[in-house]
Design a protein around this ligand. Structure first.
Ligand SMILES: Nc1ncnc2c1ncn2[C@@H]1O[C@H](COP(=O)(O)OP(=O)(O)OP(=O)(O)O)[C@@H](O)[C@H]1O
Ligand SMILES: [Mg+2]
Length: 358
């Protein structure tokens, strides 16, 4: 993997942590797993003694239930609001359980069975006919043959018939390749094979999934971060790391991040900490969006003026993230910024309200 990859997969980003966990892992492992369940849990939730960072914040019991589901013969379906770290969690689980998170299908309206199961190298197919050599394995076939976790992102965005090609791999643990003959025409799933799917509640709902397929998954809901301080801490550490990667040496200011996270939470929940009703945006105000705005705020401050980002940078960045193309959201945002509050950065936010474009 090149040193300049923008975002290497989890097993590369955290290769040293995985190696340490493996080295100290004396617990029993489910068949085909790269780590024991308890070591996989520590990889995701952190372990100070081994120098393993916490990568997912939230309910630890969600991680336990997810790992147990993966050790059974069912797939795991992570559902939730956008930006609640479903994809991140699926990546971390796959890296922990299989040592690889890259056997991934990205679901969409145009996803085909070829992209999930297998396709052919046409030059070889024409020259030799169908053979194991001309077969090009897609993530599902590889995961089954190698006994690894296959990730299926945004599964509900795929047409129903395409989703259903998971049925027999998940129930009979076999994938037929009718073009081949003999033993090669059946691929039997090896120990360790399973599927982690994610689905977004804002997209087409999970109700669009066939009942037969639903029965083959254990469903877990990933919730937004409930606690203000926890969310602030996460945004701070993620934004600091992103800024460092972008060549910004000044860490983000705590007081600016407090205003940012408060703004996101109030516009997401429709009330403030005291319970006063505020406008709620229809656009997504997730933690993931808060991290990316905090990153943009830091970049603006640094590359435009050589200092950390301020509340005025926040106003300039908000419209593009929070209001997107919705004029109603933009109007709500404008109303939100009209409120006066105590504190230097709140005052700066108020004073910069005219920077909101549109
Ligand atoms: N509970 C959390 N723990 C750790 N990081 C989180 C959490 N919630 C949000 N994040 C942030 O959000 C980012 C992950 O967003 P991710 O793309 O995984 O969300 P998602 O739920 O898959 O969103 P979408 O529905 O849009 O696909 C992380 O990189 C992290 O910065
Ligand atoms: Mg996702």
């Amino acid at each position: 993997m090149s040193e300049r990859a923008q975002r290497p997969p989890a097993e590369v980003r955290h290769a040293d942590e995985l190696a340490r966990l493996r080295e100290h892992d004396t617990d029993d492992r489910p068949p085909g797993w790269a780590l024991s369940l308890r070591a996989a849990r520590r990889f995701i939730l952190g372990d100070d003694a081994l120098g393993v960072s916490r990568k997912f914040v939230g309910d630890p019991s969600l991680i336990d239930r997810s790992l147990v589901a993966l050790a059974t013969q069912r797939g795991l379906m992570l559902v939730g609001e956008p930006g609640t770290a479903k994809s991140l969690l699926s990546e971390l689980l796959a890296a922990a359980v299989s040592g690889t998170s890259t056997l991934t299908v990205q679901g969409g309206a145009a996803t085909t069975e070829d992209q999930i199961k297998y396709s052919w190298n046409y030059a070889l197919l024409v020259a030799e006919g169908p053979s194991p050599r001309s077969l090009v394995a897609a993530p599902l076939l590889r995961g089954m043959a190698e006994g690894k976790v296959v990730r299926f992102e945004e599964i509900t965005r795929c047409p129903l018939e395409v989703q259903d090609c998971l049925l027999s791999p998940l129930s009979d643990r076999v994938l037929a390749i009718p073009e081949l003959t003999g033993p090669e025409s059946m691929v039997f799933a090896q120990e360790g094979f399973t599927v982690i799917a994610t689905a977004n509640t804002r997209d087409r709902g999970v109700n669009e999934m066939s009942a037969a397929l639903k029965r083959r998954f254990t469903f877990e809901t990933v919730f937004p971060i409930a606690d203000f301080d926890t969310e602030l801490q996460l945004v701070e550490s993620e934004a600091t790391a992103l800024l460092r990667r972008s060549g910004v040496t000044a860490p983000p200011r705590r007081d600016v991040l407090e205003v940012l996270v408060t703004t996101f939470r109030e516009l997401r929940e429709g009330h403030n900490a005291r319970g006063d009703v505020t406008d709620r945006l229809s656009g997504v105000m997730s933690t993931a969006e808060a991290v990316s705005v905090a990153h943009a705020v830091g970049l603006r401050g640094w590359f435009l003026r050589g200092e950390p980002g301020t509340a005025a940078d926040l106003v300039a960045c908000l419209a593009g993230t929070a209001a997107k193309d919705s004029p109603e959201d933009l109007a709500k945002l404008r109303r939100y910024l009209e409120r006066r509050r105590h504190g230097d950065q709140w005052k700066a936010l108020y004073d910069a309200r005219h920077l909101l474009p549109g």
